[in-house]
Structures are given as structure tokens and as C-alpha cells.
Design a protein. Structure first.
Length: 326
């Protein structure tokens, strides 16, 4: 086994628990310093010689968003591959979309699949080297240390490094080791997507496919202990920003900060204005204006204007005015 030569980045849409911040942008486009969540993946794949092609898989609803984003990036490998659906409300699910992409693009070699809303701190190349040493599919796994939190993910049971049990979002998980949405499939297993779907199995979550697959093909888990963030909530995004900033703050040169205090774990973007404002563990988007306020554990989107109103654990949408004096 020589490892994958094709990669698929699963590019979904808006995160309901991050609404209204993701109302006008897929969550993958949320900034991390000078980059974005999905651009970190693009950049790493771009630098791997063994990856010949990168397909960005999305549906028609979000195709324009990702096409425009790709046009503004310096990467040569990624190209959009759009699901073909007969109706706007028809959903193939992630597994169904992967099967269609494999057929549409004529893929028959080893395949790397990564969820685009993932922020992880292991090298993709290391994961591929692990896959090379195994005679079967491999998934990346992380111990989140909480069985309660594990109910939101695919929970893995191992015998040494082999997957011997997989529960997709169980109500009572038997452990806290979870799949993070990074998979490597040998070329000869790609044909198994079709019989899986034809048997009426769940077409949405990849974890259901892994649960079905591990009973038929030896499947292995690459475990890591560094950092992983599932970008889907205010808290998880702010945790990711704090980790990325390394406990420091980042204030754009074009931002205006007067009589204000900016604590650690804060990102203030270009054109933002802070006057008589204290900010702690928050993200302030471009051209937002904050005056006579405190902002804690919050996200304030671009062009918002907040005056004399304190924010804690808040999500403030673009161009919101508080108070609304228009």
C-alpha cells in the first residue's frame, strides 16, 4: 500500500448553533488568525507530493460560496465537485455524496476524506504514514475525555489499534474515544459504498458507514493526543481561536483601539473600532464598532455597532445595532 493520492474535503454549510455568525458564510470560512478553518486543510494538502488531486465536495446550495472562496486562494490542487441532485431539497447525505463523487470523478485509488470543519493538530502526512502501515481503512480518533460529550460523535472501541466496535452518536457511550471526521480508504474498498447504500443503510453520517465497514474489512484507528476542535458552536470556535493564538491576542493594524483593554485570546480584525471597551476571549470581525461596553466570550460580526450594552456569551450578527437607533 502506497497511501492515498486523492483527497476529498467535505464542505458543508452553515452551523445552526453559530447562527447568525454563519448566516452569510459557511462555518469553514471562519477566520483563525490570518487563515480560515478550511484553508488550513487546503494548505497542508497542497504541500503533500503524494496528494495529486483535492476535490471539495459540496451541494448546489453552497457551490457558489466555495467556488468564490477557491478563486481567492493561492492553492492549485483543490477543485469543486458539486453533488448532482434533481431537487433543491433532495439530500444525498455525506455517504451518498461520497459514492456519487467516486463514480462521477472515476476514483479508484486510495482516498483521503477530511471534514472541512475540523481543526486538528496532527500532521496529515503522519496519518497517511499510519495508513500505509495498515492493510485496511484508517480513521483518526481523539479521546475527548467525556462520555457526555461523546454522545455527539461516533464512539470507537479498539482492540489494540483495530476498530472492533463503533457507535454513531450513542445515548450511552461505552467510552470517550471518538472519530473526528478524517478517514483513509484503500482503493479496493471504494466499491463498498454502493452495496452499503443499496442495502438501505444510513446515507448521511460517515460513522454509520465505518460501523458497517469494520465488520467486513479490518479497520484501524490513528489516535492522537494534541488538539482537536469541532467547529460548530460559539464555545468550540472560541476555543479554537484561543488555541491558534497561543494564549495571546491579535489586533489588526487598521483597527482603532482607544481607552480600551484587550485581554488574551482576542482577535480584533481590520477596520474594527473599540472605544472605552474591555474585550476578553472574543472575536471582533472587520468594521465592527464597540463603545462603552464589555465583551466576554462573544463573537461580533462585521459592521455591527454596540454601544452601552455589555455582551457575555453572545453571537452578534453582521450590521446589528444595539441600541437600534436607525
Amino acid at each position: 500500500m502506497t497511501g492515498p493520492t486523492t483527497a476529498v474535503v467535505l464542505a458543508g454549510g452553515y452551523a445552526t448553533r453559530l447562527w447568525p455568525i454563519t448566516r452569510h458564510r459557511p462555518k469553514m470560512f471562519l477566520p483563525l488568525g490570518e487563515t480560515t478553518v478550511i484553508d488550513r486543510i487546503y494548505a497542508e494538502l497542497e504541500g503533500l507530493d503524494r496528494i495529486d488531486e483535492v476535490y471539495v465536495s459540496t451541494n448546489e446550495r453552497f457551490a457558489t460560496d466555495f467556488e468564490n472562496h477557491l478563486e481567492d486562494t493561492p492553492y492549485d490542487k483543490p477543485r469543486l465537485s458539486v453533488e448532482e441532485t434533481a431537487h433543491e431539497d433532495e439530500k444525498l447525505g455525506v455517504v451518498g455524496a461520497l459514492e456519487q463523487l467516486i463514480d462521477r470523478e472515476g476514483l479508484d485509488e486510495d482516498l483521503l476524506v477530511i471534514a472541512g470543519d475540523n481543526l486538528f493538530d496532527f500532521a496529515i502526512e503522519d496519518f497517511l504514514h499510519y495508513f500505509d502501515r495498515r492493510d485496511g481503512p484508517a480513521i483518526a480518533a481523539y479521546d475527548i475525555g467525556s462520555r457526555e460529550r461523546a454522545t455527539s460523535y461516533g464512539v470507537i472501541e479498539l482492540d489494540d489499534e483495530r476498530v472492533v466496535g463503533f457507535q454513531e452518536k450513542p445515548a450511552e457511550p461505552e467510552g470517550s474515544l471518538v472519530s473526528i471526521g478524517c478517514y483513509a480508504f484503500p482503493g479496493e474498498t471504494l466499491s463498498l459504498f454502493t452495496p452499503y447504500l443499496e442495502a438501505g443503510n444510513d446515507p448521511d453520517e460517515p460513522g454509520w458507514f465505518v460501523q458497517w465497514l469494520q465488520d467486513r474489512v479490518p479497520t484501524y484507528a490513528y489516535t492522537f493526543e494534541t488538539a482537536w476542535f469541532d467547529i460548530g458552536t460559539r464555545g468550540s470556535y472560541l476555543d479554537a481561536v484561543s488555541w491558534y493564538l497561543g494564549g495571546e491576542s491579535r489586533v489588526a493594524d487598521s483597527a482603532t483601539v482607544r481607552e480600551s483593554a484587550v485581554s488574551d485570546d482576542v482577535h480584533v480584525m481590520p477596520g474594527a473600532t473599540l472605544v472605552d471597551t474591555d474585550v476578553e476571549r472574543s472575536v471582533i470581525f472587520p468594521d465592527a464598532e464597540l463603545e462603552c461596553t464589555t465583551v466576554c466570550d462573544s463573537i461580533v460580526d462585521e459592521g455591527a455597532r454596540i454601544s452601552g450594552f455589555d455582551l457575555e456569551r453572545a453571537l452578534i450578527g453582521a450590521h446589528t445595532r444595539i441600541p437600534d437607533d436607525r
